[in-house]
Design a binder for this molecule. Structure first.
Ligand SMILES: O=C/C=C/C(C(=O)O)=C(/O)C(=O)O
Ligand SMILES: [Fe+2]
Length: 285
């Protein structure tokens, strides 16, 4: 079994690196960690980077998870290959570009590009945000799934992910005490469905709602409150149609033995207990 220790970073291709950088700093509230040739790295917490925009195809979207030991990469590669998922070992220069010691790359059954990394860089420089969005860190991703049952089986049988709750057949998966680090949503194509940053308080959600609305950022869901994780949330659209979420107050599952996954309806009340309606294709199937 592949033990995912944390979600590490996302890498997003874009044809407009300057525009994406402007969004990530001035609107989303991240810090520029580094500008390199053809890419910009962003910080949202104590890690060296948690988002990288690079010049390329906006369909090129990668999510990376950290493993604890280097031999976990070898074990994961062998297991994935045996299950029919071709695995590529990252080269030293690719690892340097990702600010990690070592990594492997493969695709999940939907075709989402996934990386597993060992020793991603942390930073001595404190994250403070280009604007005061109240961000406390990069926390989870929604992934597109062309077959929810198959992909739930992949993540829960091949990795340590466990179902915390389901909305319809869409599972919210935890890899530690945080309610979910991966969420799968129905889609006909692969890709990252949304990128979540935690913020400190519900006030941060409301402040950002006003701030982003004033700047004509497209709101796609919320402000609202998830019945699943009980987090207050706001979803809005960033460059290349990527959906970003702020949420605050995500549930922690401290005692696994006492937790039973719950079933929510795949309709607006399963997504928000305040009555907000999602304007997000994958939440409306
Ligand atoms: O509305 C669906 C999403 C639920 C949650 C949650 O419970 O916090 C998410 O953040 C998510 O699935 O990404
Ligand atoms: Fe989310």
């Amino acid at each position: 079994m592949i033990k995912l220790a944390d979600v590490s970073y996302v890498r997003l291709g874009t044809r407009d690196l300057e525009g994406a950088t402007h969004f990530a700093t001035e609107y989303l509230g991240l810090d520029v960690a580094e500008r390199a040739k053809g890419s910009v790295y962003f910080k949202s917490d104590e890690r060296e980077h948690t988002l990288c925009y690079f010049e390329g195809d906006p369909g090129d979207q990668v999510v990376c998870f950290e493993v604890e030991e280097q031999f976990h990469l070898d074990e994961a590669a062998a297991q994935l290959e045996s299950l029919g998922h071709p695995v590529r070992r990252g080269t030293a220069s690719e690892a340097a570009l990702r600010k990690v010691h070592d990594f492997i790359a493969f695709r999940d059954p939907t075709g989402n590009p996934i990386e597993l990394t060992w020793r991603p860089a942390y930073s001595g420089r404190r994250y403070h945000g280009a604007r005061d969005a109240g961000i406390t860190g990069f926390s989870h991703v929604g992934l597109c799934s062309s077959d929810l049952a198959r992909d739930e089986a992949f993540w829960t049988k091949v990795t340590n992910a466990q179902v915390s709750d389901r909305i319809g057949d869409a599972p919210l998966l935890r890899i530690d005490e945080v309610h979910h680090t991966i969420a799968l949503f129905p889609s006909v194509k692969p890709g990252i469905q949304h990128i979540n940053h935690q913020v400190e308080t519900g006030d941060d959600i409301m402040r950002s709602h006003q701030f982003l609305k004033d700047r004509q950022v497209r709101m796609v869901f919320g402000p609202g409150r998830h019945p699943t994780s009980s987090a207050k949330f706001l979803y809005f659209e960033g460059p290349d149609g990527m959906v970003f979420e702020y949420s605050s107050g995500v549930r922690e599952i401290a005692d696994e033995l006492l937790w039973r996954e719950r079933q929510f309806m795949f309709e607006p009340k399963g997504f928000c207990k305040w009555g907000a309606k999602p304007n997000i294709a994958e939440f409306n199937k």
